[in-house]
Design a protein. Structure first.
Length: 128
């Protein structure tokens, strides 16, 4: 999915654009999905691709929605991120290249992974 940054800016709010296209982040505990635990799926705000199942969400206490695994192992691209004086693994949507957040190796079993995601980069779709 190729769009110009001008096109993205028209479709997204200022905050969503900052996070999805400029790799920003929202303050901890401020996102609307941090404490949401309902049945459903989380899709990419940029393109609508299904990224996470509600069953994979857990309370990590970090202040951002956390998931133990992606809905499909190929839906997120992982890239080394050395910005802000740290070494982390950035996760982006493989379809639209939108920045989601980061993945860490300190999650629960069975995956041991914690996908730490900005609420502004996803949309929750409740199970019907």
């Amino acid at each position: 999915m190729k769009k110009s940054e001008k096109e993205w800016a028209k479709e997204l709010s200022e905050n969503e654009f900052n996070i999805l296209r400029e790799k920003g982040t929202e303050p901890a505990f401020s996102g609307k999905y941090d404490k949401l635990y309902e049945e459903g799926v989380y899709v990419c705000k940029g393109c609508g691709e299904k990224l996470f199942e509600g069953e994979a969400k857990f309370d990590s206490g970090c202040g951002w929605p956390s998931f133990s695994q992606a809905a499909d192992p190929n839906i997120l691209d992982e890239t080394l991120d050395t910005s802000r004086g740290t070494v982390r693994t950035e996760i982006t949507c493989s379809k639209c290249d939108g920045h989601m957040g980061h993945v860490f190796e300190d999650g629960p079993t069975p995956t041991g992974r914690r996908f730490c995601v900005n609420s502004a980069s996803i949309v929750f779709k409740a199970k019907k």
